[in-house]
Design a protein around this ligand. Sequence first.
Ligand code: ZN
Ligand code: ZN
Length: 452
Amino acid sequence: MRLTDLNSGREIGANCLLLEFGGLRIVLDCGMHPKHEGKPSLPKLDLIQGSIDGVILTHCHLDHLGSLPVLLRQHPGSRVYTSAASALFARRLLSNSIQVMKRQREENGNQDLPMYVEQDVERVENALAAVPLANPRKIGRGGEEISLSFHLAGHVAGAVGCMIEHRKKRHFFTGDVHFQAQRTVGAAAFPREPVDTLVMECTRGATASIPGFTRAKEEARLIKAINRVADAGGSILLPAFAFGRMQEILKLLDETAAAGNLADVPIFCSGLGMDLCNYLDEASKKTKQVNFSRKILQELNVLPLSRRYVQPGKNMSEPGIYVLSSGMLVEKTPAWRVAANILDHKENAVFFVGYCDPDTPGGELIGMAPGGEFKFKGLDHTSTLRAEVERFHLSGHADREELIDFAQALAPKDIILTHGDPPARAWMKETLSKLMPATRIHDPEPGVAIEL
Ligand SMILES: [Zn+2]
Ligand SMILES: [Zn+2]
């Protein structure tokens, strides 16, 4: 196998790998960089020489899916192999991505946007081929053939890792992975047997584990904090990705409310997240890869967030729990807009429940001392931080120790690090080199092929 990382930098960015097996070419994931826009947000697709024989989609987060319509416009005949659940989600998330890009164009006049239109998304939908779990699919061309099999990856609804076998060699790709069960998806069910190559994510490579930490304890700490703020009449903003994290939080709130342990205040949600509840419900019924019921929205009496936002700086007109996207408080999103009403008032709180990039408004807020000035560009408003800000570690990504343990179980000849910022990659490389001296550890240079 020849592997070329088409991500534009050594970061989480726009995930995309070109895999070549003799003359057979496969692209694994085709994401959009969340911090760039227009052409710079795409992977290096121009490095793909000639036609491709298939695309593998590990899951539907936009850093893996977001540029797929552009790739298929260039290679219209390709199939996209994915899980049954992801095949249900892809179109909805890509259509939303068009809406976001159109809004960006209106705001900043970037003529490159949107990078694709509904017709391109339709092409993706028609190309999707749902591959059953652990059921090898052969892909071949001109005498070369690979066998592809999917294994549930935890992480988010529909996420899979994959094993590719080619000429008696075995290559395993984790995609984004979580080895512990969440509420909407079970733990990763990966094979733990020797392989030749392991391509591994390392999102949390720079995050030391907290001794005695468990997800259950962290959820209890979050609920206690929500109840404390709600009982004192404050509002709680929970910034959450609309796909996956939001349904996880709603399920936690629902199970807590059913046990009589949640403060009785209204719960508000943004539109895309509520809509995706229906998609997870459908996937739950059709595939058994997801565990979610849309009934949760009724049981919690979740209200859609009004698009008529309160004037920045004024407190929310109705105290409650606001579960809003985006998880990193990206500008112009519902969570960012509502933060302009939350931050100035000391009875309120912002509780982060997922990964937050330090270069986003969410990352800026996490690092801010009380009394700091938080600027809302485009709203002509600056908040003085009086609300409580706290992080809860409910990430959908594996701990670095679990990744190391997994790598040791597979005892590969080569490990390729992906999906991590430079400090995360550095820690993983150093630790793996020490523990597995017989294994070559690669931190791939974007665009440069590695022979495996
Ligand atoms: Zn992901
Ligand atoms: Zn990702």
